[in-house]
Design a protein around this ligand. Structure first.
Ligand SMILES: NC(=O)C1=CN([C@@H]2O[C@H](COP(=O)(O)OP(=O)(O)OC[C@H]3O[C@@H](n4cnc5c(N)ncnc54)[C@H](O)[C@@H]3O)[C@@H](O)[C@H]2O)C=CC1
Ligand SMILES: CC(C)[C@@H](O)CC[C@@H](C)[C@H]1CC[C@H]2[C@@H]3[C@H](O)CC4=CC(=O)CC[C@]4(C)[C@H]3CC[C@]12C
Length: 369
């Protein structure tokens, strides 16, 4: 494989490139990776916005494909120097079966790894998740922790289980020989809750508030902090890692990095109000209006209703036993490992991240009206 320093023009593959994070990674690469010759966007569902990207000097290749199909992944991978693997089923609402979540998130990741080995792609950046660590099934808080903080990462839910297995596959693949004889260099990035332009859950919560007359009712104590990170900074960290992996392979290969920025530590609901408030919503209550046991009862009833209705329709509300437990457990990170290892600094300040998200929400709101 030609050394990056000589290779003036590189080929990147982004799986899941039409998703919430993936789109920001694609746009960030086009803006901030001058060595790009070709950018391949591999996704089950291609967005029409891709057409607008084809007017620049970089060749943008849209590939409709399924990461669970090894041949499709290998075909998309052939000739790529770097793969950024963001594709995944992000489902904690019971929409997909545990088997499907595993097939996409674990088998799909294994297919990406094997495609790297078969075709000679030497650098793999994997989008993992904070959920690989926690919150765990015991509800232990993770307070301002880092990549080395001891924590009992025990999961039962299919989503965190699949992300943990996939991350393990990626890290264990570091150093494997790829076609051409060079070693595969891998690393995994662990975003906390991502927010920003395109965040569908934020939209869903906004619409829920509109249905309730512009009000949201507090369900989580304000003291429960939940880590959040702006999508533009997550995208930037992916681009930077992909660029630095070759020069710093010995240090970065096989490593995990939390994605972080200067977004404030707040409860999930209070943080959302930073954006929903300027869109006209109000969070009612300085403390949860219902006791936790009653909220959990409602969550269990939602899960039962989902199971009963499944033969007829998909009922997948935000409130279920898993999401309630997640939101109710402190999980925040405080680390500078990415800065120490590859010079990462957030590209967007908290103020910029907040403004961009509000403008997006308000623009979508005006369109929806
Ligand atoms: N949204 C969040 O708060 C966080 C997300 N992550 C991770 O970031 C990655 C991206 O997440 P989001 O952008 O939020 O999700 P998303 O659902 O918006 O994007 C995922 C993309 O992957 C594609 N995809 C799904 N199954 C596929 C398959 N079988 N073959 C090819 N493409 C497929 C989807 O079409 C979609 O475009 C995921 O791996 C997720 O686990 C990690 C931490 C937090
Ligand atoms: C109904 C109320 C209890 C409400 O507050 C529920 C909020 C709930 C939908 C979110 C609370 C925490 C979120 C998760 C967290 O940000 C970590 C995540 C990491 C990922 O890799 C994917 C998304 C998510 C699981 C995220 C999903 C939404 C929450 C559970």
């Amino acid at each position: 494989m030609a050394d990056f320093a000589q290779a003036q023009k590189l080929v990147y593959l982004v799986t899941g490139g039409c998703g919430f994070l993936g789109e920001h990674v694609v746009r960030m690469l086009l803006q901030r990776e001058p060595r790009l010759r070709e950018l391949r966007i591999f996704d089950l569902h291609l967005g029409s916005w891709l057409e607008e990207l084809k007017t620049g000097t970089v060749q943008v290749t849209a590939i409709q494909g399924d990461v669970t199909q090894a041949d499709e992944v290998a075909a998309a991978m052939a000739g790529a120097h770097v793969v950024i693997h963001t594709a995944g089923l992000v489902d904690v609402f019971g929409r997909a079966s545990p088997e499907t979540i595993h097939e996409v998130n674990v088998q799909g990741t294994q297919n990406v790894i094997e495609a790297c080995v078969q075709t000679g792609t030497q650098f793999l950046v994997y989008t993992s998740s904070m959920e690989v660590v926690g919150p765990n099934i015991k509800g232990h808080p993770f307070y301002r922790g880092n990549e080395d903080t001891p924590y009992e990462a025990v999961h039962r839910h299919p989503y965190p289980c699949s992300k943990a297995l996939a991350e393990q596959l990626v890290l264990e693949a570091n150093g494997r020989e790829v076609h051409g004889g060079l070693p595969l260099v891998t690393c995994a990035l662990r975003p906390t809750g991502i927010y920003g332009e395109g965040h569908q859950i934020m939209r869903d919560i906004y619409h829920q508030g509109l249905r309730l007359g512009g009000r949201l009712f507090r369900a989580i104590p304000a003291s429960v902090e939940h880590g959040r990170v702006y999508v533009g900074n997550v995208a930037w960290m992916h681009v930077l890692v992909a660029r630095e992996l070759e020069q710093r392979a010995a240090l970065m290969g096989g490593q995990v990095y939390f994605c972080y920025d200067k977004s404030p530590y707040k409860s999930y609901e209070d943080f959302n109000m930073e954006f929903l408030g300027p869109c006209g919503l109000r969070l009612v209550g300085t403390r949860p209006l219902l006791p936790y046991w009653l909220l959990m009862l409602l969550a269990v009833l939602n899960a039962l209703l989902q199971w009963l209705l499944r033969p007829l329709l998909l009922y997948a509300p935000l409130l279920n036993p898993y999401t309630l437990a997640m939101a109710n457990t402190t999980f925040t990170v405080s680390t500078n490992k990415a800065q120490r290892h590859f010079g990462y600094e957030p590209l967007f300040s908290w103020e910029e991240s907040r403004t961009r998200t509000i403008l997006w929400m308000q623009a979508k709101d005006s369109v929806a009206q």
